[in-house]
Design a protein around this ligand. Structure first.
Ligand code: TUI
Length: 312
C-alpha cells in the first residue's frame, strides 16, 4: 500500500503508532516497525538518557525506520531534541506544543519532522517552517487533545497545506483508515489499539479496561485548566470532573493526576490512575500481535478501497 507517506518515511504501510507516554517504549516501537508500520518511542517527560537507551534498544530489535515522539511540555525536550540527531533517528513527531525552535537542527541532520497539530493555523505554521508532513489529530484521540473532530479537522488541514497529512483520533480499523483517505489523509496514526497488542508492555488491567470500554466510556478532564486530557472514565475522572465543576484551583487539580498515567500503565491501577485512551477504545475488541493487527487493518482497508483510484 503505497502513498506519499510510505515513500517519505521509508515504510511499507501508511500506519504510524502514536508516541504514547509510558506506553510507547522500544518493544512496541520495534514491533510496529518490523510489521511494516512506523513505530515510535514516546519520550513524554522522561529524562533524555532514558530516550537514548530506548533508541539503542529499538535499533537492536529492528533495522527498519522508527521514530521518537517529543512531548514539548517536557522539561527535557531540549536534550531529547539533540539526542534524536546524535542517535540518527529517522523520524521525529512532536506533540503538545510548537517545535519551531528545533526545526533547523533536525532538518539539517536529515531527520524527517512530523508535528502533531490540532488546528489549521498550527498546520500552516508547521508547513512554513519546514515540516515534512503532519499528523492532524482530532479530539477523539486519547491523552492531550484539541477541540476539533477528526472528521472536520483532516479535510481542512489537507486543503490548507501542500505536505501530506496523516489522520489521527478515532481510527482503530480499516473502515477508519479508508475514511481517513477519503478525507484527504495519506496515512493514519493509531494509539489506542496499539496499547492492546501482545508486544505492548502495559499492565494487563490497562489492556482489559480498553477491551471492556464502550463508545461512551472516555471522559475529558482539564478543559478548564487548558490541559484537556482524554482517558477512560473511572473514579479518577469522576472526582476530577466534580472538583473541576466546583472550581478548585489548578494546582489541586494537577495534584490529582500527577503520576496517574504511570500508576495505570505500570501498577495496573485503573481505578485511581489515568487510563489515557481515545474514543476508539469502543472499537478495540481483541489483543493481537502488531503484525496481525497491521495485516488485518491493511486487508480491511484494501477491501474497502478496491475500485477507487486512491493508490498511486
Ligand atoms: O501530545 C499529544 N498527546 C499527549 S501528550 C501527553 S503527556 C501529558 N500528560 C499529561 C498532561 C498533559 C500531557 C498525553 N497525550 N497529542 C498531540 C497533540 N498536540 N494534541 C494537541 C497538540 C497540540 C496542542 C497545542 C499541538 C500544538 C499546540 O500548539 C500550542 C502552541 O504552542 O500554539
Amino acid at each position: 500500500m503505497k502513498t506519499e507517506i510510505t515513500g517519505l518515511l521509508g515504510i511499507e504501510y501508511p500506519i504510524i503508532q502514536g508516541g504514547m507516554a509510558w506506553v510507547a517504549e522500544y518493544h512496541l516501537a520495534a514491533a510496529v516497525s518490523e510489521a511494516g508500520g512506523l513505530g515510535l518511542i514516546g519520550a513524554a517527560s522522561a529524562p533524555a538518557e532514558w530516550v537514548r537507551d530506548q533508541v539503542q534498544k529499538a535499533k537492536m530489535l529492528t533495522d527498519k525506520p522508527f521514530g521518537v515522539n517529543i512531548m514539548l511540555m517536557s522539561p527535557y525536550a531540549d536534550e531529547v531534541a539533540e539526542i534524536i540527531v546524535e542517535e540518527g533517528v529517522k523520524v521525529v513527531t512532536t506533540g503538545a506544543g510548537n517545535p519551531e525552535k528545533y526545526m533547523k537542527m533536525w532538518k539539517e541532520a536529515g531527520v524527517k519532522v512530523v508535528p502533531v497539530v490540532a488546528s489549521v493555523a498550527m498546520a500552516k505554521r508547521m508547513e512554513r517552517c519546514g515540516a515534512n508532513c503532519l499528523v492532524a489529530e482530532g479530539t477523539e484521540a486519547g491523552g492531550h487533545i484539541g477541540d476539533t473532530t477528526t472528521m472536520v479537522l483532516v479535510p481542512q488541514v489537507a486543503s490548507a497545506v501542500n505536505i501530506p497529512v496523516i489522520a489521527a483520533g478515532g481510527i482503530a480499523d480499516g473502515r477508519g483508515i479508508a475514511a481517513a483517505f477519503m478525507l484527504g489523509a495519506k496515512g493514519v496514526q493509531m494509539g489506542t489499539h496499539f496499547v492492546v497488542t501482545k508486544e505492548s508492555q502495559v499492565h494487563d488491567n490497562y489492556k482489559k479496561a480498553i477491551l471492556k470500554a464502550k463508545d461512551i466510556d472516555t471522559k475529558v478532564t482539564g478543559r478548564t485548566t487548558g490541559h484537556p486530557v482524554r482517558a477512560l472514565r473511572n473514579q479518577m475522572t469522576r472526582e476530577y470532573l466534580k472538583k473541576e465543576a466546583e472550581g478548585v484551583s489548578f494546582e489541586e487539580l494537577e495534584l490529582m493526576t500527577l503520576g496517574g498515567l504511570r500508576k495505570a500503565v505500570v501498577d495496573g491501577d485503573v481505578v485511581t490512575g489515568s487510563v489515557m485512551a481515545g474514543q476508539s477504545a469502543g472499537l478495540v475488541e481483541e489483543e493481537m500481535t502488531c503484525a496481525e493487527l497491521i495485516q488485518k487493518l491493511i486487508k480491511e482497508t484494501d477491501s474497502m478501497m478496491k475500485g477507487t483510484s486512491f493508490y498511486e
